[in-house]
Design a protein around this ligand. Structure first.
Ligand code: HEC
Length: 396
């Protein structure tokens, strides 16, 4: 295993663990907030916001949400901030290892836009910083007075950025860059807006003062944004497995449909606790997201080339040996992929035949293979391969 792949394993594994802890916590707290039993209206429960009883791992849990009497701060207070920070940090490490190193080979797709490694990294980092500044500015200015307008601006910013990334980077990198941007906004919200407000709460309690309610409300607002962003972000984290999404020529539109569907499902899971109908609306949002994806991915680009007559196996195999074998054989010649990715090798007719449907998907429909077209496959060759598969992928 190369050092690069080892780092990939370490950071990806840690990223997943930290992410589960962070999102798991945040979903548990959401659940707690929405399941509180209102406290009795007597002076003894003045500061209580409600209680919840749970059973787990062989005992009962009694949790109360409340403000504290001035000066009553306990010695041990648990914060939930490192899960978020570690998720973000390992995510950034992964971005560096997978997309910035190796000449930024996964980030740049010359058929989308040719650029140098330094340019690509500069654009990636620069847009992340700019995104936080723009989003935070919207909510510290417009958002204070007209949240509806700020919400509209945020949507424009999100979809605009996702679209812009598809004009700059390879499809898979554009998706991941959108995900890193969302994760960065969420982390900014936690560290720059939510934690400071919690610190105020603690300082006020310690000093025996009331907490400033507007601060708390603003923190809550950012918390809600994070809540809605989780589902879209989780899809992006696994999007690399779905070339028909990021590899499509309208990949930004596919992503928009999935983000709207994901956030919509989250919305109805949120209102569930307010006693509103949620299951069917949530399912409907999932269907809308998936149907949008199905519809958009069916919009095909007009074929660049049409092939007359049949294409036999001899020709298909010739193309595959010329354009795919560098990375998909027992002895790869591509230095970046010494071992065949995904264990996919095209060394025998049977192996080629067994993969025919995937070959068509990756090399003809989505054109996500050869990897960033490193072996310079032509449109005519793609059309020929497609014709061979459509003709029954015969092995003679
Ligand atoms: C420069 C290296 C390279 C070349 C050349 C290349 N591939 Fe790949 N291939 C990869 C990498 C990297 C992956 C794993 C990442 C991914 O799936 O995008 C992969 C994965 C695949 C997969 C498995 C994933 C799936 O979707 O099932 C298929 C099938 C595939 N390639 C087909 C092809 C075909 C067909 C060609 C030639 C037309 C080709 N590849 C040429 C690097 C290459």
């Amino acid at each position: 295993m190369q050092a690069n792949e080892l780092l990939d394993v370490v950071f990806r594994w840690a990223h997943l663990i930290a992410g589960i802890m962070w999102i798991g916590n945040s979903m548990l707290f959401n659940w707690l907030d929405r399941n509180l039993i209102a406290p009795p209206a007597d002076p003894a429960h003045r500061l209580s916001q409600g209680k919840v009883f749970m059973v787990h791992s062989g005992a009962f849990y009694e949790v109360e949400k409340k403000l504290l009497e001035p000066g009553q701060l306990p010695d041990q207070l648990h914060w939930f901030k490192w899960q978020n920070f570690l998720t973000w940090l390992t995510g950034i490490c992964l971005l560096v290892v997978v997309y910035y190193l190796n000449d930024a080979a996964f980030l740049i797709d010359p058929s989308v836009r040719a650029m140098s490694q330094a340019e690509a990294i500069g654009l990636s980092v620069g847009t992340l910083v700019a995104a936080w500044l723009a989003y935070d500015l919207v909510w510290t200015t417009v958002g204070r007075r007209t949240p509806a307008l700020a919400t509209a601006l945020s949507f424009a910013l999100l979809f605009g950025a996702a679209y812009g990334f598809t004009l700059l980077f390879s499809g898979r990198a554009a998706y991941v860059q959108t995900g890193v941007m969302i994760g960065t906004l969420m982390t900014g919200n936690v560290w720059m807006r939510i934690l400071p407000s919690q610190k105020e709460l603690i300082a006020a309690t310690r000093a025996g003062q009331e907490q400033d309610a507007t601060l708390s409300l603003r923190a809550k607002q950012r918390s809600i944004h994070n809540n809605y962003l989780t589902f879209p972000l989780l899809f992006i984290m696994i999007s690399n497995h779905f070339p028909s999404t990021y590899g499509h020529h309208l990949n930004w539109l596919v992503l928009a449909a999935l983000m709207i569907g994901g956030a919509g499902v989250r919305h109805f899971m949120n209102v569930r606790y307010a006693g509103k109908a949620w299951l069917f609306p949530a399912l409907a949002m999932a269907v809308i997201g998936l149907a949008g994806t199905m519809i958009v991915t069916r919009i095909r680009e007009a074929p660049a080339v049409t092939i007359e007559g049949e294409v036999g196996f001899a020709r298909a195999s010739e193309i595959i040996q010329a354009r795919c074998a560098a990375c998909h054989s027992a002895q790869n010649s591509d230095p970046q992929f010494p071992v065949a990715p995904g264990n996919i090798v095209f060394d025998t007719p049977e192996r080629i035949g067994a993969m025919a449907a995937r070959i068509k998907d990756r090399a003809v429909v989505n054109k996500t293979m050869p990897f960033l077209n490193r072996t310079q496959m032509t449109d005519a060759e793609r059309a020929e391969l497609g014709k061979w598969v459509d003709g029954g992928a015969k092995l003679r």
